[in-house]
Design a protein around this ligand. Structure first.
Ligand code: HEC
Length: 215
């Protein structure tokens, strides 16, 4: 997309209006391609978009590269990976009919390949499906909840927070509600795993190659 002038323009517009995360501009490939395209005041627009991003983003790129290399050079065990998935991920994700439905179901996720899978797991904020964006909800009593809005039933908002716990909040108690430009999948999940756990988990996910029936 960022390779042609029209594509670059669409990309920047999508970022400026919040449809895409500005984080993708940190991807070295995207950035180089944008520079080929000779858009007017590109550098200024780029730096305005990237300026708010935390330095963690670059660390995530390095981590993805390092884990990719590690995965390709380490034995991993999908059966153990399945156990890790059950503990760490299944509260929100369904695979082969088991697990929660807060995030998308992951049947067939292995077809996306290693690169995309690593991005999705290590850096969930990079490709956020609009439906799954997190919201920041501030209550009258000062409490702030970061969660995904599931629905509204009458005068009650139904949210599910990062621990996958459902909360029902009367609209009257809500002071402010803002959609955030980030995923409702927690970004630090993998901090909880050893490297070996992580490789086992990726092995398991890469082997999910059967699309669900009726899709
Ligand atoms: C608190 C809920 C929650 C937990 C726990 C969670 N996820 Fe997610 N996950 C989500 C949500 C919501 C999305 C969709 C938003 C997005 O794309 O970032 C998502 C997206 C994904 C995607 C991309 C799916 C797609 O169709 O684009 C993958 C892959 C994924 N998660 C893997 C995992 C793995 C592996 C774990 C465990 C280590 C995990 N998730 C734990 C909520 C969760």
């Amino acid at each position: 997309l960022s390779g042609s002038v029209g594509g670059a323009r669409a990309l920047l517009a999508a970022i400026e209006t919040g449809i895409l995360s500005p984080r993708i501009l940190l991807d070295p490939r995207v950035n180089v391609n944008l520079h080929y395209t000779d858009l007017s005041n590109l550098d200024q627009r780029l730096s305005e978009l990237v300026i708010d991003l935390p330095p963690e983003d670059e660390i995530l790129y390095q981590l993805i590269d390092q884990r990719k290399y590690g995965f390709q050079n380490t034995q991993s065990n999908g059966q153990r990976g399945k156990e890790i998935f059950t503990v760490a991920c299944a509260a929100c994700h369904r695979v082969q009919g088991e697990g929660g439905e807060i995030g998308p179901q992951l049947d067939g996720i292995g077809m996306r390949g290693l690169d995309r899978l690593l991005e999705d797991v290590i850096d969930p904020n990079r490709n956020v499906d609009l439906n799954y964006r997190a919201s920041r909800v501030e209550l009258n009593n000062g409490e702030v909840i970061v969660a995904r809005v599931l629905s509204q039933e009458g005068q009650v908002m139904i949210l599910v927070d990062e621990e996958a716990i459902e909360r029902r909040i009367p609209l009257l108690e809500i002071k402010e509600h803002k959609r955030l430009n980030r995923s409702s999948m927690p970004a630090n999940l993998i901090d909880a795993f050893s490297e070996q756990d992580f490789y086992d988990l990726i092995n398991y996910l890469l082997n999910q190659r059967i699309e669900p029936l009726g899709k």
